[in-house]
Ligand binder design. Structure first.
Ligand code: ATP
Length: 906
């Protein structure tokens, strides 16, 4: 055994050295891997396996960036104007508005970025590493030079690795070499000085394993890896920009232009028509401009999205791309894998058939203890037909079983775990079997094969385990009860397989043939041939997840069709789909039938059928296309490397966080932290909630600006006394803008959110009916404000008092309108509206306190021209609030019609 030494000597040109020399130089025994103490010292020496963070703009620059917005430019121009006019208080208030807004933007952006960073951390890559003699999964960041790692197709290569073992391995290295065709990899060293693309004995950090499997020793990590040298960040950096924020930016530009035009018109009309004092007019125009501009909108959208995706991540749905949130809300079809997503992926072999012998298997989970019996009699490895079945199932297998406090677990694939446990119940000793060449499992050909050196001098033998129909079609004979060969009874097997599948069991078969020349070096699907001897089958239970059954129902109620797309047998798939309410009796379409169908026929099939079985990854792509051609908005799940194109093509690609390969995750919009279908349902629900809240924030915010600007417009155009001074308008704008709207980032979902039909794809977030509501609310609130003002003025109140009432009415109306918008298209007359969002009350409390200061603090009387209000005036304000609430409720009823608020409260 190699002695582990603390620390290590970096290996130069590992690609040009024999694997053995690299191993020796790095002081590691591939059968044991490094020890934990050694890992620690090496980590201190080499540092963590990550690239330095890209330089980030400093805080001042990031703060200043918040001033780079057309809306803010308009405000700054207004401030300069007031400065020139020497209206210092006005100028100060405008500058406070700008600064507060930038500060909020800055803080919220920080929070948003933190939220996304947290999500990125959840997606950090892992590696399968051998340490202290056993395999475990660690964060790729924890790898050190000398670590022995295992690689399989779809893995993101976690470090620069010298290969020790490579089966059919190709690696996609375009990030490093620019070459998009995957490079073949093998163990032998290459000549010193070879170009990066020719170093076939190594795989490099930043590339992806396109096919095959193998193992190797880490030689370079972090910045010393090749990718570090070219100094390029691989991980996609998520930005806070989405189609929605871009739409808002465009809207802001047009709005600013409109505001400028109206401001100029306002000054001209006041001056030329009414002969108003120019200075007063200029200030009124400034007040109007500030009032009309929803300067808080961009920050509000960003934070609502970011907090939303953070809430989704807490529920294990990790959004990689912000725009997906929007699309999730309009998904009409979810195509889901079966195994592990709809089912528990806790597999146990329960019965099987070998030769003519039908047997039962006892035990539960992955516990390798239990018995194999037939007719009440215990069976063991001495059974001549059962032995090869155990050998194929147990040794053509990469899974390990380990026991911890919670019981027996599988390290590797659950299917393989079940087969390992089955072989262990027959007392198969895997260490006595030598494995020569391996053909790794792929969902494309649906089997795994290995050349085995069996004990007892039988010589080498090629053993295969995989999908029974595939192995049957490659078999020419079958094993008999005594272990000899006889003619293949194809129909008999098909019947048995159908029987087991109809019980919802996952069926795997085993087959074998004697080894030929070359089999000990390499196996390929072609070299396996069509002359196998069929050994037998086993049936594995994999029960549906109960929460997935509930989630399927919830999605169906939400107008979303669920389709199961699985690599499994049609019988098994249909049986499970029936149990879960996915299949309505139409049955399954198989991959072969899909292949035979033309594009038009396929479009019919995706309408009429919900179960697609024995599919391979390319079928997924065709299915997505056909569904999209039928106008569906499709979410598609995937885990394997070949699922990436379908995920990319789908409207929302959903990758499995646990069993998904890195490649799949990188092509997905959403990654499921728990591989569970019910999490997709949660994501859809959250997506709908976030989208709803964005819409609510907009429908709330715009009338507050609309009402404020209408008040100014009317008064100046008609030459009336201004109900609010420009300064008071600025005040209202500042205090409502920084408080109320943020309530919507925390608004829970409406009760009927999963009872509605999906939003139409590509529809604008604010529809015509919402614009009508915005207009009605703007006119109502401004009308009330002006009405109260002119009434009080006419009734003999002082100008200060009438203006203070008007300002307070405007503020109160906005507070009340918040509650109208909380239930946007249904009635707000429901206790829920007032009880389900603490933040709403918090911001209302803050706003009330600020407004009381405004009304009663003598300093403000001076600065803002306000005066104390009497109880009766406060009463008037409250009455105005009630009027706004009731009129808006009526308006909503007319605009949206009567729709029952959902009975379900989540
Ligand atoms: P889903 O597509 O719903 O995840 P699946 O796991 O059945 O279901 P694949 O992984 O594509 O889909 O597997 C297809 C078939 O290949 C399985 O039904 C099984 O018969 C066979 N199979 C799966 N895993 C292995 C394995 N590790 N070794 C050999 N054969 C396997």
């Amino acid at each position: 055994m190699v002695q582990e030494t603390p620390g290590f000597t970096p290996v130069e040109d590992a690609y040009a050295l024999p694997a053995e020399a690299v191993r020796e130089q790095l002081g590691v025994d591939p059968d044991r891997g490094l020890g934990s103490h050694d890992v620690e010292t090496r980590r201190q020496q080499a540092g963590p396996n990550r690239l330095p963070d890209p330089p980030r703009d400093n805080a001042v620059v990031r703060f200043l960036r918040h001033f780079n917005d057309v809306l803010i430019y308009v405000l700054l121009v207004a401030a300069v104007l007031t400065g020139i006019l020497q209206e210092w208080v006005d100028m100060a208030v405008i500058l406070v508005v700008v600064l507060v807004n930038a500060a909020i933007g800055f803080i919220q952006e920080g929070r948003a970025e933190k939220a996304l960073e947290g999500i990125r951390d959840m997606l950090s890559a892992t590696a399968s590493v051998k340490r202290d003699g056993s395999w475990s999964t660690v964060d790729a960041e924890d790898l050190v030079p000398g670590d022995v790692v295992r690689l399989s197709a779809g893995d993101k290569i976690p470090a620069d690795i010298r290969l020790l073992d490579a089966a059919n391995m190709t690696s996609e290295e375009s990030a490093l070499t620019g070459e998009s065709v995957p490079a073949e990899k093998s163990v032998p060293e290459v000549a010193e000085g070879a170009a990066l693309g020719d170093r076939t004995s190594m795989v490099f950090s930043g590339s992806m394993l396109a096919s095959g499997a193998g193992a190797g020793i880490v030689v370079e990590t972090g910045p010393t890896a090749e990718i570090g040298r070219i100094n390029e960040m691989m991980s996609e950096v998520e930005t806070l920009e989405t189609p929605l924020t871009r739409q808002v930016a465009v809207f802001s530009k047009w709005l600013s232009l409109g505001v400028l035009v109206v401001s100029v018109a306002l000054v001209l009309v006041g001056w030329l028509v009414h002969g108003t004092d120019l200075l007063e007019l200029l200030l009124a125009a400034v007040g109007f401009a500030v009032a009309a501009i929803p300067e808080g909108l961009p920050a509000l959208i960003t934070i609502t999205l970011a907090l939303g995706v953070q809430a989704m991540a807490r529920q294990k749905a990790i959004t990689r791309k912000l725009p997906a949130v929007q699309t999730l809300g309009s998904v009409t079809t979810i195509c889901s894998d079966k195994t592990g997503t709809l089912t528990k992926n806790e597999m146990t072999v329960v019965r099987g058939v070998v030769g003519d012998l039908e047997f039962e298997v006892s035990g539960s989970g992955y516990d390798p203890h239990g018995s194999v019996t037939a007719g009440g009699q215990n069976l063991g490895l001495d059974h001549p037909a059962l032995r090869p079945l155990a050998e194929a199932m147990g040794a053509v297998n990469d899974a390990d079983l380990v026991e911890d406090e919670e019981g027996w677990k599988v390290v590797g694939e659950p299917t393989e775990g079940a087969l390992r446990s089955f072989a262990a119940k027959l007392d198969l000793d895997r260490s006595s079997i030598g494995r020569r060449a391996v053909l790794p499992f792929s969902s494309d050909y649906k089997f795994m094969a290995a050349t085995l050196e069996l004990p007892g001098g039988d010589g080498a033998c090629v053993m295969v385990k995989g999908a029974p129909d595939v192995l049957l079609s490659r078999s020419a004979s079958q094993i008999d009860a005594s272990g000899g060969a006889r003619d293949l009874d194809r129909e008999g097997w098909e019947r048995r397989i159908q029987d087991l599948s109809d019980q919802g069991l996952r069926v795997l078969a085993a087959a074998r043939r004697p080894a030929r020349d070359g089999d000990t070096d390499a196996l390929t699907p072609e070299s396996l041939g069509q002359e196998l001897q069929f050994v037998g089958v086993v049936g594995i239970v994999d029960p549906p997840r109960s929460e997935a059954i509930t989630a399927v129902k919830a999605c169906q109620e939400a107008g979303i069709v669920i389709k199961m797309i699985t690599g499994d047998h049609a019988g098994t798939a249909t049986a499970i789909a029936r149990q879960m309410g996915i299949d309505d009796g139409a049955g399954a379409i198989t991959g072969q039938e899909l292949e035979e169908a033309g594009d038009d026929e396929l479009r019919t099939l995706v309408r009429t059928h919900n179960v697609f079985a024995r599919t391979s990854p390319e079928h997924k792509l065709r299915l997505v296309r056909a569904l999209q051609a039928e106008g569906e908005v499709v979410a598609m799940t995937g885990d394997g490397v070949n699922d990436a194109p379908a995920l990319r093509r789908a409207d929302v690609g959903v990758a499995m966080g646990i069993k998904g390969t890195e490649v799949t995750k990188e092509s997905a919009e959403v990654v499921l932290g728990d591989d569970n279908f019910s999490t997709i349902e949660t994501a859809v629900e959250e997506g709908r909630r976030i989208y709803d809240n964005l819409r609510k924030a907009i429908v709330f915010l715009l009338p507050t600006n609309g009402a404020q600007s209408l008040v100014m417009l009317f008064a100046v155009f008609f030459g009336w006394t201004l109900p609010l001074t420009p300064l008071q308008i600025l005040w209202v704008n500042m205090v409502t803008g920084v408080t109320l709207a943020f309530a919507f980032a925390f608004e829970p979902a409406e009760g009927d959110i999963m009872k509605r039909k999906p939003a139409a794809a590509g529809e604008s977030i604010v529809r015509l009916r919402h614009i009508v509501q915005i207009a009605v609310a703007s006119v109502l609130i401004s009308g009330l404000t002006m009405g109260v003002f002119y009434w009080r003025l006419g009734a003999g109140d002082t100008l200060e008092s009438a203006r203070t009432v008007a300002t307070t009415v405007l503020v109160a109306a906005q507070v009340v309108y918040l509650f109208n918008v909380k239930a946007l298209e249904t009635s707000s007359l429901h206790p829920r509206t007032f009880l389900n969002n603490k933040v709403a009350w918090l911001v209302v409390g803050i706003l009330t306190a600020l407004q009381l200061v405004f009304i009663y603090w003598p300093v403000f009387h001076e600065a803002f021209g306000t005066s104390d209000l009497q109880l009766v005036e406060i009463g008037m304000t409250a009455a105005a609030g009630v009027i706004v609430f009731l009129v808006m409720e009526m308006a909503k009823l007319i605009i949206y019609g009567r729709r029952e608020a959902g009975a379900v409260v989540r």
